[in-house]
Design a protein around this ligand. Sequence first.
Ligand code: CAP
Ligand code: MG
Length: 425
Amino acid sequence: MTRVHYDSFIDLKYKPKATDLICQFKITPAKGYGFEEVCSITAGESSIGTWTDISTIDKKIQAKLIPKVYYVDKKNLRCRIAYPALLFELSSVPNIMSSIGGNIYGMKSVEGILWEDVSFPKIMIDKFKGPQFGIKGVRDYMKVYNRPLVGTIVKPKVGLTEKEFAKVAYESWLGGCDIVKDDENLTSQSFNNFYKRIEETLKACKKAEKETGEKKIYLANCTAPVEEMVKRIKWVEKNNGNYIMLDVITLGWSALQYARQITKLPIHAHRAGHAMFDRIPYHGMSMEVIAQFLRLIGVDTLHIGTAYGKMIGEKEEVLQIENEMENSFTKKTNEGLGQKWFHIKPVLAVSSGGVHPGIVDKIIKFMGKDSVIQAGGGIHGHPQGTIAGAKAMRQAVDAAIKKISVEKYAKTHPELKIALKKWGK
Ligand code: CAP
Ligand code: MG
């Protein structure tokens, strides 16, 4: 078969319209293909093009729907494509994903293609609600304004019975955690039934609130096939729960959009599986793009990395995602696109994965106080148990906020001292 050159999608004079959806890609051509050529093929395959000329398209369709590659940076293998809003069903993330996050990844003409950034036009943003609560809403609920929130994941990830789970949760709150969450792979297994766990843990939550005089949050993992997910969300609401959690990648965009429509509760987004898309530097969909779609749909808290913990995600990347989640707009740079968020509220960033008291100061230093500092192993692995582990985490956060070195603070805080001895600084 002869190779087809798509060249009609390049227009370097084109000035994007306010209604265009703009995407930035890093594209590595396959052997035998030119860079501009594959940029053009990408624009075509994600819109109205196919591998050959077709008789069924006319000038009218083309004029309305043709996307434009309006910027190319061959040195960095980067291009920007403006897609007319008319190409999309504006309120459907699955439709937008099928168009842009779809066929292009499998094209033979590219060695790799990374969707680096996205900029949504107002006309699309208007179709979405964004977070129901956002940073301010969560802080107002907790009445905590001057420090990061402290969270934990009950460990082991799976295996505890409902009652055992609720006990660990209770001790975590008592020790000083604001938030306790289910792990991403705990839903409703034979040893731990979702409905019973919610009842037990919410009872423990109320008890801990009474005893500590502090507001406490329980992130109940409602991830399940859609019909069951809805039942679980309703169960949390019926039992006066205050937050739901969803594994947003494995659950899927459509179910997440539905969950946002039907619940009165804030949504915690666990991103398990994101690295299937964003780990390889030249192929996939960046975490920033994933995070932007999550903000658009409306999650209230989102895992974005720690830079210092056990998971991938360097400081620069984590900061960039945080910037995109927390600000009302971001500016266009050589590396990335700008975004105006209009009515969409900011998302609270969660730093999790291998966190322990010894690295808390470094995380707060770069992420600021508008974050959730969350540790599973770094609390339940404390030699004196969960209560002491939670105390040590809260002490580490307090030290960072008071700008006292954690080593100095540990001299008068024994739980912190023991934690530093185990995990170092
Ligand atoms: C953290 C965690 C989270 C990770 C995921 C875990 O536990 O619960 O799932 O944070 O990574 O199971 O690993 P630990 P990310 O505190 O015991 O590490 O937040 O980067 O998505
Ligand atoms: Mg986890």
